[in-house]
Ligand binder design. Structure first.
Ligand code: PLP
Length: 271
């Protein structure tokens, strides 16, 4: 007879848990599915809360429908009553009103927070209104341990900055502890990711550019980073290992539709 596991048994395993607060992408390339897969691949467990439903495929996004902030608050409270949270990842912010429940959970948890300031889809569609972007800037970025804008998001967040380094310094000045600006959307031969921390020299990581467009690479990086921090890695190791994992995922990218490829976050099990 097969006995079912006793949920109260002291031997039951647990893993570090990452609260992922993200949009839903039905193509499975970006958003919450990217988070769940990436977090699981690091050996952590994702708790998934949706900020927005979207209509999209691997080519582009055509509609974003935010979840009501009251429902978000209820979901976060219900999780917090029950589940330990070791890191938080915030992806697509659905509306300015969602800032309140998200600030609340960040303040309750006091764990590493990774924010991917998602503003525009790789296919070109806008994912955040001007009002939502201002709310993100004014009320959330300062609470982040690391923010992971791509180069065009960094420029959009700091429009007065003349260079990307200046944009990074501006973002640090808001109060986020670290800024990792990714360069997948730039024209450089290698992909250059720039890591800025207050009081330390900026560091550049170079990765061979894989000559195709990807959908969901940014979400994969941010949630992997959150998982690595939840696992107890220090900032330096987490930043490096998250990039290594993204690079490996891009090398085994999957064709899901006719548009951009998605990162192969879950390697096939050995036969
Ligand atoms: N949809 C959702 C829910 C997202 O969170 C994102 C990016 O973070 C996107 C779409 C766009 O992803 P990409 O720019 O990689 O295509």
């Amino acid at each position: 007879m097969i006995s079912s596991p006793d949920p109260s048994a002291a031997t039951l395993r647990s893993r570090p848990q990452v609260l992922c607060i993200s949009g839903h992408d039905p193509s499975g390339g970006a958003g919450i599915q990217a988070d769940i897969e990436a977090v699981a691949a690091q050996g952590a467990h994702a708790l998934g809360v949706i900020t927005s439903l979207t209509t999209q495929n691997t080519r582009n996004v055509s509609r974003v429908k935010p979840i009501a902030p009251g429902l978000l608050q209820e979901q976060l409270e219900t999780l917090l009553e029950d589940c330990p949270i070791h890191a938080i990842k915030l992806g697509l912010l659905g509306s300015a009103e969602q800032v309140r429940p998200i600030r609340w959970i960040i303040e309750q948890c006091r764990v590493p927070v990774v924010i991917d300031p998602v503003l525009r889809a790789g296919g070109g569609a806008s994912l955040a209104s001007a009002q939502t972007t201002v709310a993100l800037l004014d009320h959330l970025l300062a609470l982040a341990t690391v923010i992971t804008p791509n180069a065009s998001e960094a420029r959009a967040l700091m429009p007065a900055a003349q260079t990307l380094d200046e944009a990074a310094r501006g973002l640090l000045a808001i109060g986020c502890a670290q800024v990792l600006i990714t360069g997948g959307d730039e024209k450089t031969e290698d992909v250059e990711n720039h890591w800025h921390r207050a009081g330390a020299a900026p560091q550049v990581f170079r990765w061979p550019r894989i000559p195709m467009g990807f959908h969901g690479a940014g979400c994969t990086l941010a949630s992997t980073l959150a998982a690595r921090l939840a696992l107890g890695e220090d900032d330096e190791a987490a930043v490096l290992n998250a990039q290594r994992y993204v690079q490996a995922s891009l090398q085994r990218a999957l064709r899901v539709g006719q548009g951009r490829a998605i990162p192969g976050r879950l390697p096939l099990p050995a036969a």
